[in-house]
Design a protein around this ligand. Structure first.
Ligand code: HPA
Ligand code: ZN
Length: 318
């Protein structure tokens, strides 16, 4: 199995339905409306996905729950050959942006990551993530949480959530705060907002990576700009198919972006929500685009180069 590098994985979005159901039962929280008859997460649109994501997350109520979740998802990732993963972590779900609370939650996630490293051989690092649809004001304390805890484990800052709300420039303060703390920067864009949102992101924010970015394909000049700047796209093809960003795997632009010289990487985003795993993503890329081991080796090299961890960690993993 090729050792895999994953750059785009939302911690809460990686929670298996059974894990969330178990916590809900322990706490007597009724979450039946977010599951279908087969016990899978149920949603019919991106906005419904965001709603049930938030509902599922409501059962995660303290550092111990986040310890269990982190430990669970890292062993799942390791089982699919992932040796290094960057987790999007949301202080909004961990004390609402209060720094003291965030430190407690983070300590639990780091402890679980250390256990996973020792037991499963997977290295994890964190990207603190603000949630766009909570608005620019709320992104400030989240960026401060990121800046205050920047170090060996917290390596980046990002923006996820509904990209149709507000503009990237509205989040400039948060990105500047994170950059001054030495953090790597990434922003979800061009999943839903078209090439113009990718452009607006590159114009307004000093990011080296874009979450998704796939809608750039509609604008050849933008594709050229991404290739020339060496901007890395955190592409999540199975997520895009499941949410209807693209109609099916054969129409996914990942191969065309790569052929145009754009640095692409492969991640799962929120695997149980999208019925995917890193193994499944790779298998589909082999089937649909005929990619061989040499392509995956290159993709993983690009991903490790673009990772936000320090060079000693990269050398150890390479
Ligand atoms: N897109 C935007 N925000 C998100 C996602 C996603 O796929 N998953 C979790 N937050
Ligand atoms: Zn995402």
């Amino acid at each position: 199995m090729i050792p895999k590098i994953e750059l785009h994985l939302h911690l809460e979005g990686a929670a298996p339905p059974a894990f969330i159901r178990g916590l809900a039962a322990e706490k007597s929280i009724d979450l039946s409306k977010i599951f279908d008859a087969d016990g899978a997460y149920r949603y019919q649109s991106f906005n419904e996905f965001l709603d049930i994501y938030t509902a599922a997350t409501s059962v995660l109520q303290g550092p111990e729950d986040f310890h269990r979740l982190t430990r669970t998802i890292l062993s799942e990732s390791a089982a699919h050959g992932v040796v290094y993963t960057e987790l999007f972590l949301s202080p909004d779900f961990c004390g609402g942006g209060d720094i003291a609370a965030w430190r407690d939650y983070l300590a639990a996630m780091i402890a679980a990551s250390d256990e996973a490293e020792a037991q499963d051989g997977i290295t994890a690092r964190g990207i603190v993530t603000a949630i766009r649809h909570l608005g620019p004001d709320q992104s400030r304390p989240i960026a401060e949480c990121a800046a205050e805890t920047a170090g060996d484990y917290i390596r980046g800052f990002g923006l996820a959530g509904d990209e149709m709300q507000g503009m990237p420039a509205d989040y400039r303060w948060a990105f500047d705060c994170a950059r001054e703390a030495g953090l790597g920067l990434t922003c979800h864009a061009g999943e839903w907002g078209g090439p113009q949102m990718v452009r607006a992101t590159l114009d307004a924010l000093p990011v080296t990576r874009i979450g998704h970015g796939v809608q750039a394909i509609a604008d050849p000049a933008l594709v050229e700009r991404l290739a020339e700047a060496g901007t890395v796209l955190e592409v999540c093809p199975g997520s895009n198919v499941a949410l209807g960003v693209v109609p099916d795997w054969p129409s996914h632009p990942i191969a065309r972006l790569r052929d145009a010289g754009v640095k692409v990487t492969v991640s799962t985003d929120d695997p149980p929500f999208f019925h995917t795993t890193m193994t499944h993503e790779y298998d589909r890329l082999v089937e649909v685009f005929g990619w061989g081991d040499e392509v995956f080796t290159e993709l993983n090299r690009v991903a490790l180069d673009a990772a936000f961890c320090d060079d000693a960690t990269k050398d150890r993993i390479a």
